[in-house]
Write a protein that binds this ligand. Structure first.
Ligand code: SAH
Length: 485
């Protein structure tokens, strides 16, 4: 039997105060749902001919209505939500179908397929709630996560949330501007308030929050954070980058920045792709980036200029800071893991090695006008590792140059495509045969070339993704193809 994939659910928090919810079933599972619904101040009606002992007092004290009968569709008439919690699958199905016919949301206990509404695992701290769902695919996993979160967030959050409720109208009056309020929260939540709450000193925490509010004035000053997003795997983002992404009002990102990384950013931050395209007018794009940064920062926004890898390694970060400086706009820089470092790690190629390489050169295969002009003779010297960015289209010319200046054709060379990403491919060859192997395997940007003795270590030290492609493995594949033909 083929398992159907888990549905992609839409999370939603319901205000059930005074609204009728029908619970069909009267056992202990139903009783648990009833308790949760009463906590949300719902008006609960329970349909069951056999009432659980724990529910009886609730009926007596009129906290719930008891319909002492079996389920019938008309009982749904004034309900907003239905929970089918009997141990009889036929009854649960009948409830689900009747609810669907009336376009009512129905939760069916222990039957994700029948349910149109799922009850999440949740962590609650006063008015603050975290709901977790696996769409019915792995409830144990959701529960496991819940336990972790329970441990991570202590009870002081409940008091904190209550304090903010008390401050809400004053906060809005004093700081009508949203980014201003956000800045206030950032300051107010820097840890001191929570430390006081953990000690149980709520009055001191409240005084501190209020004092911060009195001090916090003026329109916000916009600024720009130049942030390195690393090579694409969100695990390789720095903690600071993550924090800044969650503070951003506007995110100007390159095309190379992965969707997984963008998904970690503040949900309501405005995202603008400003990537340079192959063959596009790069200078015009760069001017547009400068203009956008300046425009949004002037409007008081916190702009995050998000770049693949590190912003100061072939990222034109310097030019962007110059443009900001000229306009007296505040900025900061968050470094990222550059492609050379990420690709080397994920291909099992140490960039330096006591036996093979005492220096490392980071180079571009492109330059302002056509091919990069490097000191080729120096690059042909032994004992170093050369890393070329942006080189896929110029591999043959790169080889020519290096050979012409005396680098042996047998020098190990590796090409890492989509380094650190699940689809990573590594070609491990020599300077002589790398370009043709790359062509045969249709290697495309983004890819990084590593030339030097260390490149040979990939075939032994690789640990991530598929095995490196070598001239020998390529020959085997060709032989197989020939035999199959
Ligand atoms: N600022 C970036 C580099 C931008 S230039 C950094 O620090 O990494 C773009 C070049 O980076 C690409 O042409 C490619 O050579 C390299 N690159 C970026 N991400 C890569 C990846 N995941 N795998 C291989 N190369 C990558």
């Amino acid at each position: 039997m083929q398992d159907t994939p888990a549905p992609s659910l839409f999370p939603l928090f319901l205000d059930l105060r005074g609204r009728r919810v029908l619970v069909v079933g009267g056992g202990d599972v139903a009783a648990r749902k009833v308790t949760a619904l009463l906590d949300a101040h719902a008006e609960v009606a329970v349909v069951t001919p056999a009432l659980d002992a724990s529910l009886a007092p609730l009926v007596r004290t009129q906290r719930i209505h008891h319909l002492d009968t079996t389920f019938a569709p008309h009982q749904l008439d004034d309900a907003w939500l239905v929970v089918a919690a009997t141990d009889d699958p036929t009854v649960n199905r009948a409830v689900a179908e009747a609810a669907a016919a009336r376009r009512l949301w129905v939760n069916v206990v222990d039957d994700a397929e029948l349910a149109s509404a799922h009850l999440p695992a949740r962590v609650q701290r006063g008015p603050l709630q975290i709901a977790i769902s696996s769409g019915g695919s792995a409830p144990m996993l959701a529960r496991h996560l819940r336990e972790q979160l329970e441990a991570q967030f202590d009870e002081s959050l409940a008091t904190l949330a209550q304090l903010f409720v008390g401050l809400r109208s004053r906060l809005r009056a004093r700081l009508p501007n949203l980014s201003n309020r956000r800045a206030y929260f950032r300051r107010a939540l820097d840890g001191r308030v929570q430390a006081l709450l953990r000690r149980g000193d709520t009055p001191a925490a409240q005084t501190l929050l209020e004092a911060e509010l009195e001090q916090h004035t003026g329109t916000p000053r916009g600024r720009v954070s130049l942030v390195g997003a690393g090579p694409g795997d969100p695990g390789l983002l720095t903690l600071r980058a993550l924090r800044v992404l969650n503070e951003a009002d506007v995110i100007l990102h390159d095309r190379l920045v992965s969707t997984d990384v963008l998904a970690l950013a503040r949900r309501d931050a405005q995202r603008i792709e400003v990537g340079k395209r192959v063959g596009g007018n790069h200078d015009a794009t760069q001017q547009r980036i400068h203009a956008l940064m300046i425009e949004h920062a002037r409007a008081g926004k916190h702009v995050v200029r998000l770049k693949g890898g590190d912003p100061f390694v072939f990222g034109r970060g310097g030019e962007e800071l110059e443009a900001l400086r000229a306009q007296s706009i505040d900025y900061d820089v968050v470094p990222g893991i550059t492609a050379a470092v990420a690709c080397a790690a994920h291909a099992g190629i140490p960039l330096t090695h006591r036996a093979h390489a005492q220096s490392l050169r980071i180079l571009t295969a492109q330059a302002k006008a056509g091919d990069a002009e490097h000191d080729w003779a120096a690059l042909a010297q032994p004992g170093q590792t050369r890393v070329f960015y942006m080189g896929v289209s110029g591999l043959v010319r790169l080889r020519e140059r290096l050979l012409a200046h005396g680098l042996p054709a047998t020098t190990p060379a590796a090409l890492v495509e989509n380094g650190s990403l699940p689809q990573q491919r590594v070609i491990a060859a020599t300077l002589a045969d790398l370009p043709e192997l790359a062509r045969d395997h249709a290697i495309q940007a983004p890819a990084l070339m590593i030339i030097g003795e260390v490149a040979a270590l990939s075939t032994r030290l690789h640990w991530f993704g598929s095995l490196p492609i070598t001239p020998a493995s390529a020959r085997c594949r060709n032989d197989d193809l020939a035999r199959a033909a």
